[in-house]
Design a protein around this ligand. Structure first.
Ligand SMILES: *Cc1c(COP(=O)(O)O)cnc(C)c1O
Length: 406
């Protein structure tokens, strides 16, 4: 078997250069832990960017995948498969939605949401509305429409012209959304908590205000719950912390627990925009990924992981607040449930160095936005894991701080 260094070198030679992965090759995982090619173990507070909801090698998930692989992998949407039906029922039973479209990623779920919103407005309601009001600092994925909806210039550089029809206003400001709505607006698209933007929680009442504005102005409310959804924030879906429900919602990331699946959910009324043939996906909703996602939802339910994400998330949040109060350059704890971050002053703390120092100490974290160290552990994380992660993070912050003070 080749050494880790050899695989790293080969990876750097063939991977497209948009990626700059850290020089660690992971070979297997168990629960909250990942193991590299040299047998070193890492406590996983990244979860593959808020994806591995049940951690690694969860028996319910691996058994479901193995069993389904033997029964049936794929048939396309020209016929019906039972896991897809059961997953659609499991999703609609847990939220506002009546109808479900499966995609293979978050960006495609957003594409489906935007296409449905335009068609619903134009073909069903007969209103010539095509624009979307979105938030500055948002992230909606990397397809052309998704980057156009994304409110961060760094994702646009070199890709002009973008898809027309996206207007951006400050996140958390409902009055700014209302002011941006015109006769051409089809919908408002926001994340309930901005993820890639830096784990930003909007002010209390924001989603309710957007719901009221959308109703008053006759436009659709679309929520991007790709990162916040599926128990991540201590509710099945983050908007369920509020009284507001959307017309359309996008999911992906944690839904499959590691298999690639996205979903666009909508109300019966808005769903009428999709008539036969207007939108489709070859792989979307295949029995393998749907069976996996079903196992994820059932395990979250049976093991009380929604409640656990809330309770363990509180511990993590309190620990991050404590770091913010005691470590030079640490600014504030942010987030909800197990979607958390420690914001730091980039002029004082080199976030890349902290991330690397965590890795050297056996902890995986990710960066988000201009100033955040993000922690999105699997939903199976317990109090002891949180304590261990906080200890390592404090040690990493202190060591990087000491290095910079030299
Ligand atoms: C990750 C993410 C996406 C894009 O998902 P992909 O699966 O990478 O296409 C969209 N919206 C939000 C909020 C995300 O966090």
């Amino acid at each position: 078997m080749s050494s880790q260094a050899d695989v790293v070198e080969r990876a750097y030679a063939v991977t497209t250069t948009n990626y700059r992965p850290a020089p660690i090759v992971f070979e297997r995982g168990e629960g909250m832990w990942l193991y590299d090619a040299e047998g070193r173990r890492y406590l996983d507070f990244a979860a593959g960017i808020a994806v591995s909801a049940l951690g690694h090698n969860h028996p319910a998930l691996t058994a479901a995948i193995a069993e389904q692989a033997r029964a049936l992998l794929h048939v396309s949407n020209l016929w019906i498969n039972r896991p897809a039906v059961e997953l659609m029922e499991a999703l609609t039973a847990r939220c506002f939605a009546d109808r479900v479209f499966f995609s293979n990623s978050g960006a495609e779920a957003i594409e489906a949401a935007l296409k449905l919103a335009r068609r619903s407005m134009q073909a069903v309601r007969g209103e010539d509305r095509f624009r979307f009001v979105c938030a500055e600092g948002s992230f909606h994925g990397r397809t052309w429409a998704a980057i156009s909806a994304t409110g961060q210039p760094k994702y646009h550089a070199g890709f002009a012209p973008l898809v027309p029809g996206f207007d951006h206003v400050p996140f958390g400001d409902a009055a700014a959304v209302e002011a941006a709505i015109t006769d051409e607006t089809a919908g408002v698209l926001v994340e309930p908590i901005q993820g890639e933007g830096g784990i930003l929680v909007p002010p209390e009442g924001y989603l309710e205000a957007l719901r009221a504005i959308c109703d008053r102005r006759g436009v659709l409310l679309i929520l991007d719950e790709v990162q916040t959804g599926v128990a991540r924030t201590g509710a099945w879906f983050a908007h369920q912390h509020t009284k507001a429900t959307p017309d359309i919602m996008a999911l992906a990331k944690g839904l499959g627990g590691g298999v690639p699946i996205g979903a666009m959910l909508c109300t019966e009324e808005v769903g009428r925009g999709f008539v036969p043939g207007v939108h489709a996906s070859t792989f979307g909703g295949n029995p393998l990924v749907c069976r996996a996602a079903l196992a994820v939802l059932r395990t979250i339910e049976e093991d009380g992981l929604v409640q656990s994400a809330e309770a363990v998330g509180e511990l993590l949040g309190a620990g991050l607040d404590d770091l913010a109060g005691t470590v030079e350059g640490a600014v504030e704890g942010r987030g909800l449930g197990l979607m958390r971050a420690l914001a730091v002053d980039p002029a004082v703390i080199d976030r890349g160095a902290v991330k690397a120092a965590c890795e050297a100490r056996g902890l995986l974290i990710t960066l988000a936005g201009p100033d955040a160290l993000r922690l999105t552990p699997p939903l199976i994380a317990g109090p002891a894991h949180v304590e261990q992660a906080l200890d390592i993070l404090r040690d990493a912050l202190t060591s990087v701080g000491a290095e910079e003070a030299k």
